[in-house]
Ligand binder design. Sequence first.
Ligand SMILES: Nc1nc2c(ncn2[C@@H]2O[C@H](COP(=O)(O)OP(=O)(O)OP(=O)(O)O)[C@@H](O)[C@H]2O)c(=O)[nH]1
Ligand SMILES: [Mg+2]
Length: 306
Amino acid sequence: MPINVNDPEYLKSEREYFESKTNEEKLTALNKMISHAPKHKGGENLRQQLTQRRKKIEEEIDKKQKRKKGTKIGIKKGDLQAVIIGKSNSGKSSLINLLTNVGTKISPISFTTKEPIVGIMNYQETQLQLIELPAIEGENFERGIVHTADTIILLAKKFEEFKEIETLLPRNSAKKIYVLNKSDLLNFEEKRKLFAKMQSKKYNFVIISSLAHLKDDLIEELKKKIFETFNIIRIFTKEPGKEKKERPMIMKPKSTIKDAAEKILKGFSRKVVETKIWGPSSKFGGQIVGLNHELKDMDIIEFKTR
Ligand SMILES: Nc1nc2c(ncn2[C@@H]2O[C@H](COP(=O)(O)OP(=O)(O)OP(=O)(O)O)[C@@H](O)[C@H]2O)c(=O)[nH]1
Ligand SMILES: [Mg+2]
């Protein structure tokens, strides 16, 4: 038995669906329809039809992107990869320019960024790969990168956009940070309310402004949050009588001295005759430890070999 849906939001989205010209627009409208479709048993059939339709459209979008991929240069995934995702004009390019070494085009015109922009972000002697993806509601959005990302930064210029981004986001297992941009356009009361809303959602979030001249501590806090989503420890090595190396090795928590030696060179741990350690996992600086010693973030190791 077909049912009549009277929810005005549903009917509005349905109209949007029929008027959509691109698959991306159809997907947005369908997601809205699904969220407003009747939840009770009578709506089961309808919900099934809608999700089937959504699957088909997602497949078509993926297929089209694969065809395009052939002509594009692939992005080599860094050890630590975070991806900025949001709707057009949310300030993705402004943010990546603030956080990394790239200078990509910022413009009030929609859909300015047409391919992924890759930047390097420095944080406490560690380098992370940060990527701006073209707007999620546009046809240049790259769904594939979402699957490889360690961390996803959902960037919105309005609170309501988070939901839209979430419904369009392909399934993934990345950690998420919610960033509300353009806070310079809000007054105190508006900011206070938003803060409470984000808190009640239990989001890991920051409210920022990407206008370079308003750049403040919150950008630094965002950097810290991005870094903290990666479950890693940083290990420095040094040679006897010398300073520690400038860049740390990135390792998994609970790695041992042996793991670190093997990361330097396969088989290297067999050559080690003595290891000294400085830093959080040592009882005192220069403590001699065995191969099974467990490392902590920011340790410094000195290997003596045969
Ligand atoms: N007031 C205000 N404007 C901002 C802020 N961040 C970005 N903008 C402006 O918003 C517009 C869009 O910024 P972009 O950084 O190009 O946005 P985008 O998300 O990369 O947009 P597309 O690449 O087109 O999808 C520009 O005019 C920016 O100057 C902000 O924090 N406050
Ligand atoms: Mg952009």
